[in-house]
Design a protein around this ligand. Structure first.
Ligand code: ZN
Length: 236
């Protein structure tokens, strides 16, 4: 039977629950998602606790599996990339040592002295994404902060595998640089989610009321973000 695991960060993970004559809970990630093998007599609350304790493991395994379903990066000219929800294409420019990586129309032009050095190309592309991401995210955070009448002490990029953002009691916001590949409304959703945590450091009804005031259609955005997850995790 299909069950749902609601995680503290708001993610809801569907899973198959199989009751078995066994003593411990077993978790498996399959092509169709999370499968939980549990003893027949295990109280629901105890199972819920086991799953919450394993939440990080579950999320990272699911993200890994999702990333694996996308073709691996080749880092060659013609490679399809995403930028703010739009498809763009990698264009290596051999020889250009001094020139900067830049977006020209729908081409990400990457000057490189060594077009066959995949690690070098990857580094240049990732740096470019990260350099674009921080000012965009910072501007969004500042706009939402103004709208809320709140202050933020620091905005930084994160490289987490299974989290899109975080907010702490020191009023520091971290946002996953991979989001800059996604449509702007999804970036905005994650910004609003983290900003709502300035007021409610949990996922209570009060938190969702704050979030709804900032981003009304947050459920659709959460669902869309899951759809995008594979694409956004293609780059290491
Ligand atoms: Zn949250």
């Amino acid at each position: 039977m299909t069950q749902q695991l609601a995680l503290p960060d708001g993610q809801v993970i569907p899973y198959q629950l199989c009751l078995r004559p066994r003593k411990t809970v077993g978790l498996k990630i399959t092509a169709s998602g999370l499968v939980v093998h549990a003893p027949h007599r295990l109280p629901a609350a105890q199972l819920a606790q086991v799953l919450q304790d394993k939440a990080h493991w579950i999320q990272s395994k699911l993200a890994l599996r999702a990333a694996m379903t996308e073709p691996p990066m080749q880092w060659q000219s013609g490679e399809a990339l995403w930028w703010m929800g739009q498809p763009i294409v990698l264009a290596l420019q051999p020889g250009g040592r001094q020139q900067a990586v830049r977006l020209e129309g729908a081409a990400l032009v990457v000057p490189t002295p060594e077009p066959d050095n995949l690690a070098l190309t990857a580094r240049k592309v990732l740096q470019w994404y990260q350099r674009q991401a921080l000012p965009d995210f910072s501007r969004r955070v500042q706009l939402v902060a103004t709208q809320m009448g709140e202050t933020v002490n620091h905005v930084a990029l994160s490289n987490a595998r299974a989290r899109w953002g975080s907010c702490n009691s020191r009023r520091e916001i971290r946002l996953n640089w991979r989001l800059i590949q996604a449509p702007p409304q999804l970036i905005q959703y994650v910004v609003c989610h983290e900003m709502a945590h300035l007021r409610e450091m949990n996922h209570s009804a009060r938190f969702y009321a704050e979030l709804r005031a900032l981003y009304a259609d947050y459920l659709a955005a959460e669902a869309a973000l899951k759809q995008w997850s594979n694409k956004l995790h293609r780059m290491a």
